[in-house]
Design a protein around this ligand. Structure first.
Ligand SMILES: Nc1ncnc2c1ncn2[C@@H]1O[C@H](COP(=O)(O)OP(=O)(O)OP(=O)(O)O)[C@@H](O)[C@H]1O
Ligand SMILES: [Mg+2]
Length: 339
């Protein structure tokens, strides 16, 4: 469905400054995959999506989307894909159903087909009650669902969503996801979805495959579970007498499977491949060395631990949901894309 080779985008900002937004991404996405692209602000997520959706040309490298080269056949690519850009897209003073009908026209659907499709989408995304309301009167969650509906008017088998849930409260986020997944299951052909997100839990729960992007490069690509097991490992936290923390840390450091050990006052944190498996042995060794363990907790890693293991930085700290100022002006809307 998607095949890129060394896809690269440089933005020449001034004579002395070039931003290397995307640095040689090679990627294959099979039909029916649900891929989440995770990365901090400025990682190159939107730029990658904009190249794949033909909005901007690559500086170098190639990309085939739905079987067509994005540079040679942009119109074929556009006809085959749906794109929901970052930020709200629908025209504010239109009514909800009209917004969908207009998009249908853009894609050359005849009036009857456009109407049937609009009704299907309103139903699938739970917007039937809002059909005659003005877009500007919708709640954030309803509006984002409308954006998704707009991206799906022409029944594309490949949908790109750029931060579909940013700015929604947890309830609305869950709700949007439920709709996206329901639609995907209901679709007669396999539907491929590529989305970007700042929300680690979302990528973790819903995506079948997670691409971690940082500084314009894919730094990890696997299922969330595999990434967590391979890159982060479980965290076993011991609470001990502060005087004995160093002894326990030394024991843990020698134990098989240990990846790293950190001590702070009365806490010893052990990163290990298999936390539940390693803990009994660590407790026995602590006991033998006369270290009294007051408490032990085993926590499974999160995708943030994965990002931390890969980059030494926490994604949580950088993921404030607000992009760098200079990207705001270039954010497209589906209307711009499709009109
Ligand atoms: N038109 C442009 N001109 C100059 N620089 C740009 C342009 N578009 C993007 N950039 C820069 O390219 C880099 C990647 O930006 P991009 O929007 O792809 O990041 P992102 O991963 O989508 O971030 P966010 O999470 O904030 O949406 C950033 O440094 C950004 O400032
Ligand atoms: Mg972006």
């Amino acid at each position: 469905m998607i095949r890129t080779r060394e896809l690269t985008k440089d933005f020449v900002v001034s004579r002395t400054r070039t931003v290397h937004a995307v640095r040689g991404i090679s990627l294959d996405v099979e039909p029916g995959e649900l891929v989440a692209v995770l990365g901090p602000n400025g990682a190159g997520k939107t730029t990658t999506l904009r190249m794949l959706t033909t909005l901007i040309p690559p500086t170098s490298g190639t990309a085939e989307v739905a079987g067509y080269d994005v540079v040679a056949h942009p119109d074929r690519v556009r006809a085959a894909i749906g794109y929901v850009g970052q930020g709200n897209a629908a025209g504010a003073s239109q009514r909800v159903r009209d917004e969908l009908l207009t998009q249908g026209e853009v894609y050359g659907l005849d009036r009857r087909t456009a109407r049937r499709r609009a009704d299907e989408l309103l139903d699938a995304l739970d917007l039937t009650e809002q059909a005659d309301r003005k877009v500007e009167s919708l709640s954030g969650g309803q509006r984002r669902r409308l954006d998704v509906a707009v991206g799906l008017v022409h029944s594309p088998s490949l949908l790109f969503l750029d931060e579909p849930s940013t700015g929604l409260d947890p309830h609305n986020r869950a709700n949007l996801w439920e709709h996206i997944l329901r639609m995907r299951t209901a679709s007669p052909e396999p539907m491929t979805i590529v989305l970007t997100t700042h929300y680690l839990d979302e990528a973790d729960t819903f995506a079948e495959r997670v691409l971690v992007v940082d500084h314009g490069e894919v730094i990890a690509d696997d299922t969330a579970d595999a990434l967590k097991a391979e890159l982060a490992g479980d965290l076993v936290t011991f609470r001990v007498d502060p005087d004995r923390a160093a002894t326990l840390a030394a024991i843990a450091d020698r134990a098989p499977g240990t990846r790293s050990v950190r001590t702070a006052a009365d806490v010893v944190e052990v990163r290990t491949a298999d936390g539940p498996g390693a803990t009994p042995g660590l407790l026995r060794a602590a006991d033998a060395a006369g270290v009294e363990v007051m408490r032990v907790d085993v926590t499974r890693p999160t995708l943030d631990d994965v990002f931390l293991a890969l980059t030494g930085r926490s994604l949580r700290e950088t993921a404030d949901g607000s992009g760098p100022a200079d990207t705001a002006a270039v954010r497209p809307t589906p209307k711009e894309v499709l009109a």
